[in-house]
Design a protein around this ligand. Structure first.
Ligand SMILES: Cc1cc2nc3c(=O)[nH]c(=O)nc-3n(C[C@H](O)[C@H](O)[C@H](O)COP(=O)(O)O)c2cc1C
Length: 313
C-alpha cells in the first residue's frame, strides 16, 4: 500500500525532489515517464507569485505526463503565502508544499526556508493558515534543524498545524550537503508521527533506496540521484523499460523548446547535458565541448554521436 494523501492515491513510493534550477518541466516529464509518481516544482517565491507572476508562471508549467503534481512555495509572511497558494498559478497542482528546509543564505536572511526551523510559532502559523485556505492538501519539507536535530519536535508541530505529510532531508541546514543523511533520524520521525513521512537524502541506487525503505518511510524522494539519470526511477521500481538515452535527452529538450528561447536554453541545458554525459569513459573532450557549446542543436549532435558510439552505464 502506498501513500494516500486526502483523496490522492500514490501508485508507488518514488518522488522527484524539488530542485531549483534543475527540475524544469522537461526533466519532470522524463522522470515521470520512468515512474516518478510525484514531482515537485522548483521552489516558488510567494512574493514573486503575487508581484511578478509572469516570471514565476513559466516555472509552474506542468506536463500532462506528470502524475501527482506538487507545487512548492517559500516565504515567511503567512498572508503573502496564503494569497500566493490560492491564486491561479498553482491551480493545476494537487498538493502544495511549503519549503522550510532551504539553507541558501539569500533565503535564510529573509527568515524563510530553513530559518523557519528557528521560529516554530511562525512556521506553525504559516502551515495552519495555508491549511485553512488551500483547496488541496498541504505538506512541509524540512531538514533536521538549523544547526542541531529538532526534527521530531518540528515534525510534531507540522502535524499539529495540519500538514498532510512531511518530507525530511536528514541533514541540518548548517551541514549543507556535507556528511551523510541521518537515516536513524528519519526512522525516529516516522515512529513519532501519525501523518506519512517521506525520507530524503543520498538515494542514488538500489542499495541506498533499500536502506531508506528500512526506516519505514511512506515515500522516498530523490534529488541529485536523478540528475542526468531520470531512468533511475525505472531501475528502482524494477521496471523493464527499453529506452534510448539520446531520445530521452531530446525529449527533455523538446518539452522546454515549447516555452523557452534558444539562447536561454543553450546556457540552461549545459549542466543537464554534462550530467547526462557524466561517467562515460572517453567523453572528457566532448564534455568540454558541451560546456561551451554555442547552441542546443550543436549539443544534441555531440550527444547523439556520443550515445550512438557507446554502450553506456
Ligand atoms: C540544485 C538543487 C536545487 C535544490 N532546490 C530545492 C528546492 O527548490 N526546494 C527544496 O525543498 N529543496 C531543494 N533542494 C534539495 C533537494 O530537494 C533534496 O532535499 C536534497 O538534494 C537531498 O536529496 P538528494 O540527496 O536525493 O539530492 C535542492 C537541491 C539541489 C541539489
Amino acid at each position: 500500500m502506498f501513500m494516500k494523501i486526502g483523496n490522492i492515491d500514490f501508485n508507488n513510493n518514488l518522488i522527484l525532489a524539488p530542485m531549483a534550477g534543475v527540475s524544469d518541466v522537461g526533466f519532470r516529464e522524463v522522470c515521470s515517464l520512468f515512474g516518478a509518481d510525484a514531482t515537485y516544482s522548483e521552489m516558488l517565491s510567494a512574493r514573486a507569485m503575487l508581484h511578478n507572476p509572469h516570471k514565476t508562471q513559466l516555472m509552474t508549467i506542468s506536463s500532462p505526463y506528470e502524475k501527482i503534481k506538487i507545487g512548492q512555495v517559500f516565504g515567511h509572511e503567512p498572508e503573502i503565502i496564503t494569497q500566493a497558494i490560492t491564486g491561479t498559478l498553482l491551480k493545476d497542482y494537487q498538493i502544495i508544499d511549503i519549503n522550510m528546509g532551504c539553507p541558501a543564505p539569500k533565503i535564510v536572511k529573509n527568515g524563510e526556508g530553513s530559518a523557519l526551523m528557528k521560529n516554530l510559532p511562525l512556521a506553525s502559523k504559516i502551515i495552519s493558515e495555508c491549511v485553512k485556505v488551500a483547496k488541496v492538501p498541504v505538506s512541509v519539507k524540512f531538514r533536521l534543524g538549523f544547526n542541531s536535530d529538532i526534527s521530531k519536535e518540528f515534525g510534531r508541530m507540522c502535524e499539529e498545524s495540519g500538514a498532510s505529510f512531511v518530507t525530511l532531508h536528514a541533514r541540518t541546514a548548517q551541514q549543507g550537503y556535507s556528511g551523510k543523511a541521518d537515516l536513524d533520524a528519519i526512522a525516529s520521525l516516522k515512529q513519532t508521527l501519525k501523518i506519512p513521512v517521506v525520507g530524503n537524502g543520498d538515494v542514488t541506487d538500489k542499495e541506498s533506496y533499500q536502506k531508506m525503505l528500512e526506516t519505514g518511510v511512506d515515500g522516498v524522494m530523490i534529488g541529485r540521484g536523478a540528475q542526468g539519470r531520470p531512468w533511475i526511477f525505472a531501475q528502482l521500481l524494477d521496471r523493464e523499460i527499453s529506452y534510448n538515452k539520446f531520445e530521452v535527452i531530446k525529449r527533455h529538450v523538446d518539452v522546454l523548446r515549447k516555452y523557452y528561447d534558444e539562447s536561454w536554453l543553450t546556457l540552461y541545458m549545459r549542466k543537464h547535458f554534462l550530467w547526462y554525459s557524466n561517467g562515460i569513459e572517453g567523453a572528457s573532450k566532448l564534455r568540454l565541448e558541451l560546456a561551451t557549446s554555442p547552441s542546443i542543436d550543436h549539443s544534441l549532435k555531440l550527444l547523439k554521436e556520443l550515445f550512438e558510439k557507446k554502450v553506456l552505464n
